[in-house]
Design a binder for this molecule. Structure first.
Ligand SMILES: Nc1ncnc2c1ncn2[C@@H]1O[C@H](COP(=O)(O)OP(=O)(O)OP(=O)(O)O)[C@@H](O)[C@H]1O
Ligand SMILES: [Mg+2]
Length: 183
């Protein structure tokens, strides 16, 4: 069985992927760790403190790594070929922004990721790549509850842009991004 756990940074991928891999005795693969360990990147983005990955090489390495089953956690769901299950985690961008700042991430990186979650960047990649996606809003859920829902795959569609009062927060994020990206 190949399970993909995807979502914007900070949505809980590592936590859920570890729990699933333990429950089903599946190999746990973190794509970001794999990219760094195998040097599957071209460049390092100093401003954002992140790597620019080599997608083709990554796909080739992953194809080998997932043979025999695995839980793969990634912010790029399309790099995994023919998974049996795709779990997409969503978190209220307002909550996510605060949590990312608390991790010690810069205002720019936190705001860009909160914005990506707000517009559903990872979610569109997941829905465009796979026909069956188990989408879960984890904002008010415990880790146990998320795990239980992911097993049953009671899918829900999440669209933060339709949430009342979100416009003000998006304007705020926009200002943070513009202010920090100028330098
Ligand atoms: N199901 C959940 N519901 C609510 N909060 C969760 C859930 N799972 C994890 N969290 C919390 O969210 C935070 C981020 O979790 P985690 O590190 O697993 O995210 P991640 O998606 O792997 O992030 P990254 O992409 O940066 O590695 C942690 O503080 C964790 O305790
Ligand atoms: Mg993680």
């Amino acid at each position: 069985m190949i399970v993909v756990v995807t979502g914007t940074p900070g949505t809980g991928k590592s936590t859920l992927a570890k729990a699933i891999s333990e429950e089903f005795s599946l190999k746990l693969i973190s794509v970001s760790s794999l990219v760094i360990e195998r040097k599957l990147y071209f460049d390092y983005d100093q401003l954002r403190k992140s790597y620019v990955m080599d997608e083709e090489r990554l796909k080739n390495v992953l194809r080998e790594e997932i043979k025999g089953g695995a839980v793969v956690e990634t912010i790029y769901p399309s790099v995994v070929e023919n998974p049996d299950k795709v779990i997409l985690l969503r978190k209220d961008p307002r909550v996510l922004y605060q949590e990312l700042l608390k991790r010690g991430w810069s205002e720019l990186k936190s705001a860009e990721n909160a914005m990506a979650e707000a517009i559903g960047y990872v979610a569109s990649e997941a829905w465009e790549t796979f026909k069956d996606v188990c989408e879960i809003d984890v904002t008010d859920k415990s880790i146990e509850e998320t795990k239980r829902i992911s097993m049953n795959c009671d899918s829900q569609k999440v669209d933060w842009l339709t949430v009342k009062g979100i416009e003000g927060f998006l304007t705020f994020l926009d200002n943070v991004i513009t202010r920090n990206a100028e330098h």
